[in-house]
Design a protein around this ligand. Structure first.
Ligand code: ZN
Length: 432
């Protein structure tokens, strides 16, 4: 995943501490320790650019609903969230991602019922324990139903509380610079749950603190209608007006974009988290990913929350991105390698992380190692394309900053069965 797309059919990678020193073909350099991965495909660890980890607690609800009906059904259920449930959900969601080859997890949490502290801290703790990198965002909602928004009034917060909490979390948790294990992003939820003023103040805060900005955008036709009625324009124009089309911003979904919108994303360097399975699950449509890539927009992949994509498997999204692009634009719309690039290098660009996303000298040693001797890859001479087309797969080994997180397809630092058991106990509290 370097600029040239270099592949070494029989290659090696030399790492020192947490960093890649060199990669190459043929005979290996001297090293203190050698690991033989003969036959495996080694890719950069995948980078997830959109998720709501807490939603593992409420899978398979509102099964035939569009986005707004789905949200209206789930908001009251989610109001029961607390740090204990968040921790159990985060461990589950992060474990699923790690086992699918993901080494950097982004999470967008925006439900903060009054008096429930420690929700972001609980996610960060889960990521630290399991061994992956996390970019956790302090999300927000301040436009309740009585002011014309979608969420119930009891789930919206005061603007000042949101900004103060965001700044506190950034001060306590955000690590700048290469190799960061924990970072904070600023992420007001969506045009239909946040006031324009909070969008602007969030951007000002993020720019003052040097944090990236994230929100949901242009997910459904209902959102288009909502924006036209409330703001007198389409969602992308609305964001542009607020100063939110810029190279420190990325938006989830971006399904309903005009040709002019796509061009504007390219001109401004605005990023996109493409979440194909979630968009299909909610019947929202398919984002114009080929066009976005062609204009130079930054595009990564996201599993999205597990209440709208019940399987939090990022490698599956690599395959899904390929399938939906071809469903929209024909068989040449996206190659297997294009799709894999979105899930690795693309995601790193979206998160503005120059230290991950490719296996090159100086990058973090974040590796996903895929066995190729299973049933599903038999007969695939091109193992990279075979891997993508035959996905999803459980990763054989996952390395983050040079340390094992998954080995022999099992978590090295946690017990998968125990995570599932603890999660079942918490999920029962959300049963209707
Ligand atoms: Zn989302």
């Amino acid at each position: 995943m370097d600029d040239a797309g270099t592949e070494h059919p029989s290659g090696w990678l030399l790492a020192e501490d947490s960093v890649v020193v060199e990669t190459g073909p043929g005979s290996e350099p001297e090293a203190d320790e050698r690991v033989d991965l003969g036959g495996a495909v080694v890719t950069p660890g995948l980078v997830n650019t959109h998720h709501h980890l807490y939603q593992t607690l409420t899978r398979a609800r509102a099964q035939q609903a569009d986005l707004f009906s789905w949200l209206r059904e789930l908001y009251p259920v989610w109001s029961g969230i607390d740090a204990e449930a968040e921790y159990a959900a985060a461990r589950t969601g992060i474990a699923e991602l790690a086992l699918s080859g993901c080494t950097t997890v982004f999470d967008h949490h925006y439900v903060f019922p009054r008096g429930r502290d420690g929700l972001i801290e609980a996610e960060v703790q889960a990521a630290r324990e399991l061994g992956v990198r996390i970019v956790a965002s302090r999300g927000s909602m301040d436009l309740g139903v009585s002011d014309g928004g979608l969420p119930p009034d009891e789930l919206v917060e005061e603007l000042d509380t949101v900004l103060a909490e965001t700044e506190r979390l950034a001060g306590a948790l955000h690590e700048p610079g290469p190799g960061a294990r924990v970072q904070i992003a600023v992420a007001p939820c969506s045009p239909f749950s946040v006031t324009g003023r909070l969008m602007e103040e969030s951007a000002a805060l993020a720019r003052r603190l040097g944090l990236p900005l994230h929100t949901h955008l242009a997910e459904t036709v209902e959102e288009d209608a909502y924006c036209r009625e409330l703001y007198g324009c389409m969602p992308v124009d609305y964001l542009d007006r607020l100063g939110w089309l810029a190279d420190d911003v990325w938006c989830a979904h971006c399904v309903h974009l005009s040709d002019q919108d796509v061009a504007r994303f390219g001109e401004t360097g605005t990023g996109v988290a493409h979440c194909p399975t979630s968009n299909l699950r909610l019947g929202a449509g398919v984002a114009p990913v080929r066009q976005l890539v062609d204009v130079g927009a930054r595009v990564g992949l996201g599993v999205d929350g597990s209440a709208s994509n019940e399987r939090g498997d990022l490698f599956l999204e690599v395959k899904q991105a390929l399938l939906v692009a071809r469903g929209r634009g024909g068989p040449e719309a996206l190659t297997a390698r294009d799709a894999l690039r979105l899930g690795t290098r693309g995601g790193a660009a979206v998160l503005r992380r120059h230290d991950i996303g490719s296996l090159e000298p100086g990058k973090q040693a974040d590796l996903a190692i895929w066995a190729t001797d299973g049933l599903e890859l038999g007969g695939a001479q091109d193992t990279v394309a075979g891997l993508v087309l035959a996905g999803p797969h459980r990763v054989d080994r996952l390395v983050v900053g040079g340390a094992d997180v998954v080995r022999d397809s099992s978590l090295t630092r946690a017990d998968e069965a125990e995570i599932a058991r603890a999660h079942r106990v918490q999920a029962r509290r959300f049963a209707v």
